[in-house]
Design a protein around this ligand. Structure first.
Ligand code: NAD
Length: 392
């Protein structure tokens, strides 16, 4: 692809000949405009930013700085940022100098866009960076979101937004104070299969949803990872992937739960899981009378979202991973385009930021706070063994 483009540019320059040689390329290709050749006619045309982006759009890609270059940044976000239309990888924040070197080379990141955790606040002076994406262990989200907002940047924060509702509120307040927007890494809200089951449930396409089974778990590896330390993760699988099961029940019903009961499963490896739960279950009741049942686990895999409705059913399985997701209804398969979740998510968020629009409520800090409040309520219900009433 790259080669094709540079070939066509070379052919273009050759074909322009003498008359065009007086024209400088910057005049034609200025400010992000692009010279392209029509494959069938061979004609050249100049694509302006407006052509590419549609009218009323500023036409530039927002610069994103990734904070924390671990698994998710390295394997999912950075590669996705090579495909995005509305944003690009502009900077990095890392405590590991060797990673900084590697990323600068691999992604052509200039030295002045590279920070460590001490120099991070200087990002305020960097006009190349519009959005800070916090991809650190859960307990660190609050500090870096607040610092990013104070540096005058929009923020995307990975899920779970934080480990306490109070921390979420601090993050929301800091972004409001700085007049910056805060999105949570809810990639599935931009994913077509997920959007379809939201529609099927919320528009009652198969009648009212009566019950939902929504579960997410996997077998966790390294016994020394931060995910198994309560102080850093906030809890076990519930904080990590259980949040997807909570989201599933909420976005399929389109309702907020009014009560919760929950149970911890016995630990089969009490040494590895000395600090956090290994497997747990919970049940929500919703205002319409719909109920949901969920499992999350670090002991074994499960990934399923099933809704039983008055006149049929629908399901996704797999439902929450990086895809491709797969879905069926009582009338047949769900056919949807397969997209890169991370690219769709970052492009979706950045499109609204570029357009100067408020982000939709279901991807913002307020949504993150709702989920973290529910995470805490589930733990409380499991610890007390009682049904906990929830505020609407
Ligand atoms: P990871 O452990 O692979 O990466 C964490 C990064 O934080 C590492 O680069 C590490 O060096 C850095 N770090 C800085 N200070 C640290 C400290 N004191 N202790 C430990 N690490 C420290 O984790 P990850 O899988 O990339 O997850 C990061 C965040 O992204 C988490 O909040 C996680 O829930 C979220 N996540 C989201 C998705 C998704 O699909 N949306 C997927 C994976 C992870």
């Amino acid at each position: 692809m790259k080669n094709q483009q540079s070939n066509s540019r070379r052919t273009f320059l050759r074909n322009l000949g003498a008359s065009a040689s007086a024209m400088s390329l910057p005049m034609l290709g200025y400010a992000g405009n692009e010279v392209v050749q029509n494959e069938s006619s061979g004609l050249y045309s100049i694509l302006t930013d407006l052509d590419r982006k549609g009218s009323g759009q500023p036409g530039r890609k927002l610069g994103i700085a990734l904070v924390g270059l671990g698994y998710y940044s390295t394997n999912l976000l950075a590669p996705a940022l090579q495909q995005t239309q509305n944003c690009r990888l502009a900077g990095i924040v890392t405590g590991t100098p060797s990673k900084a070197e590697e990323w600068m080379k691999k992604y052509n990141i200039p030295k002045e866009n590279v920070y460590d955790y001490k120099t991070f606040d200087r990002i305020a002076d960097n006009k190349d960076i519009d959005v800070v994406y916090v991809v650190l262990p859960n307990s660190m989200h609050e500090e870096y979101v607040v610092r990013a907002a104070q540096a005058g940047k929009h923020v995307i924060c990975e899920k779970p937004m934080a480990i306490t509702p109070k921390a979420c509120q601090n993050m929301i307040d800091a972004c409001k104070k700085a007049n910056k927007q805060l999105a949570v890494g809810y990639r599935l809200h931009y994913e077509p299969f997920t959007k379809e089951v939201m529609r099927l449930g919320q528009e009652k396409v198969f009648g009212a949803v009566k019950f939902v089974e929504s579960s997410d778990g996997f077998r966790s590896g390294d016994p020394n990872q931060w995910r198994l330390k309560k102080s850093m993760a906030g809890g076990g699988p519930l904080m990590d992937v259980g949040i997807y099961a909570i989201q599933g029940a909420r976005y399929v019903t389109g309702e907020e739960p009014i009560s919760v009961t929950a149970q911890f499963a016995p630990k089969t490896d009490p040494v590895k899981f000395k600090d956090v739960e290994e497997t747990m279950f919970w049940q929500f009741e919703f205002p319409s009378g719909a109920v949901s049942n969920s499992t999350t686990s670090y002991a074994s895999g499960v990934e399923r979202l099933y809704a039983s409705c008055e006149k049929g059913w629908f399901e996704l399985s797999p439902a929450f991973g990086y895809g491709p997701l797969k879905g069926r209804t009582s009338k047949g398969p769900i056919e949807m385009p397969v997209v890169n979740h991370q690219a769709a998510h970052m492009d979706g968020v950045c499109k609204d930021l570029l357009d100067g629009k408020q982000l939709p409520g279901h991807v913002t800090g307020e949504e993150g706070l709702r989920d973290v409040t529910l995470l805490q309520a589930i733990y409380q219900a499991a610890e007390t063994g009682k049904k906990l009433k929830l505020k609407a």
